[in-house]
Design a protein around this ligand. Sequence first.
Ligand code: AP5
Ligand code: ZN
Length: 214
Amino acid sequence: MKIIMLGAPGAGKGTQAKQIADKYKIPHISTGDIFRANIKNETELGKKAKTYMDQGLLVPDELTVNLVIDRVKNPDCINGYVLDGFPRTIPQAESLDAALAELGEKIDYAIDVDVPDENIISRMAGRRACLSCGATYHIKHIPTKVEGICDRCGNELILRDDDKPDTVNKRLSVYHEQTQPLIEYYSAKKILVDVDGTKDMAEVFRAIVEILGA
Ligand code: AP5
Ligand code: ZN
């Protein structure tokens, strides 16, 4: 099963993608996580990506597209994958479709997690991330046992640089301009499904499982 997660920054794509990956035993591929790991390891890609991410801008397609296309050709993707944060522009979607068509493959579902802008800002301000194991928490909705410490690996949690309110506003406007047109793109291909992302996490996941099948 090949799945794309769509939705505004903070809509809950990552939260749902992790659960989908666990349930259906397919890899969770998050371009945001890949860039953050590169920033942490101070790679060339990380240094370049950081200059865009810190401003709330998209990393240019030439740094992003081949990264994902190479990744989905890995043997662990043989039974599918869930793409989280990619594609984010029409050219990225077209490149992905072209690369998959060459392999005789296609995306099965594009899941749009729908959350209005008003809800996004508070979600982002409360989000805490573990850069060591990739876990995500929320100070109200998913608190940790010990404040500021990852339940899973014991490392310190951070507020992402791009979750500060000014950058969140910029990310939202970039989303509406560059990413939202993908909803129409996948709707035209008849693989778009909508879920109400304002519901609690378990309810959103139930709605997704209903679509994908148990
Ligand atoms: P990325 O990491 O992909 O960020 P994003 O799309 O902005 O998404 P987020 O990770 O912020 O949110 P999410 O929807 O996954 O929400 P989450 O589940 O964490 O990208 C970061 C940057 O990298 C981009 O800005 C760009 O610069 C660059 N980049 C990445 N991919 C790129 C690409 N393809 N092209 C170019 N540039 C790219 O949830 C948010 C919070 O809400 C959490 O605290 C969570 O616990 C909580 N929450 C989740 N669901 C619920 C719920 N149902 N109810 C209450 N709280 C909830
Ligand atoms: Zn951790």
